[in-house]
Design a protein around this ligand. Structure first.
Ligand SMILES: [Zn+2]
Length: 168
C-alpha cells in the first residue's frame, strides 16, 4: 500500500503551495504551470497596480477604466505572452475582483486572473514575457512560481526584465 502511494506521488507534478501574499501595491504574484502543450496560470495583484485606484468607480472615467481593464484581461496575453515559435493560443482567461462585481468595500481590492494557453509547438516554448509588467506602469515587481516537468522554481521579475526563460 505504501509503495502504491509513493508511486502515485511521483507521477504527479510538484504541487505549488501558493500562500496569499500581503496586499502590496505595485507587486503581483504569478503561478505558471507548463505541462506538455498546456500553460496554466494564476495572477494576483492589488487593483491599484493596474488601475491606480481600488474603490468602486466614482466617475465616468473610472468606470471606463474598469471596463477597459476587464476587456483587456479577457485575453491572457495581457498577463503573459509565450514566445511566438511555440504557437500558443489563449484558451481561457477568467478575471475576478470585487471591483468587477460591485462588491468592493473600502479603499482596497484585489484582482485574480486564471488563464491557460494551448501550444501547438510546445518544444518551441523558450520564454514567457510577463506582459503585465511591461504594460501596467504601476506594476513594478512580480513574484513567480514556475512549475515545469523539471521541477519548481521561484523567480522575482522586475519591470526592466520581464522575461521568464523556460528550461525544459
Ligand atoms: Zn490597496
Amino acid at each position: 500500500m505504501a509503495i502504491a502511494i509513493a508511486g502515485l506521488a511521483l507521477a504527479l507534478l510538484p504541487v505549488v503551495v501558493f500562500a496569499h501574499g500581503p496586499h502590496a501595491h505595485g507587486k503581483g504574484e504569478l503561478e505558471l504551470t507548463i505541462q506538455g502543450s498546456a500553460i496554466r496560470g494564476a495572477f494576483r495583484t492589488p487593483m491599484d497596480s493596474l488601475l491606480g485606484f481600488e474603490h468602486l468607480p466614482r466617475t465616468e472615467a473610472q468606470r471606463n477604466s474598469v471596463d477597459q481593464l476587464r476587456q483587456r484581461l479577457a485575453n491572457p496575453s495581457a498577463v503573459v505572452t509565450p514566445n511566438p515559435e511555440a504557437n500558443c493560443t489563449p484558451r481561457m482567461s477568467e478575471a475576478t475582483s470585487a471591483l468587477f462585481t460591485g462588491a468592493a468595500r473600502g479603499e482596497h481590492s484585489d484582482l485574480e486572473v486564471r488563464f491557460s494557453f494551448e501550444c501547438a509547438s510546445p518544444t518551441g516554448l523558450k520564454t514567457l514575457e510577463v506582459t503585465a509588467l511591461k504594460d501596467f506602469k504601476r506594476l513594478l515587481e512580480v513574484h513567480l512560481q514556475l512549475v515545469t516537468e523539471r521541477g519548481q522554481r521561484a523567480v522575482v521579475l522586475k519591470k526592466k526584465d520581464p522575461l521568464v526563460v523556460i528550461a525544459r
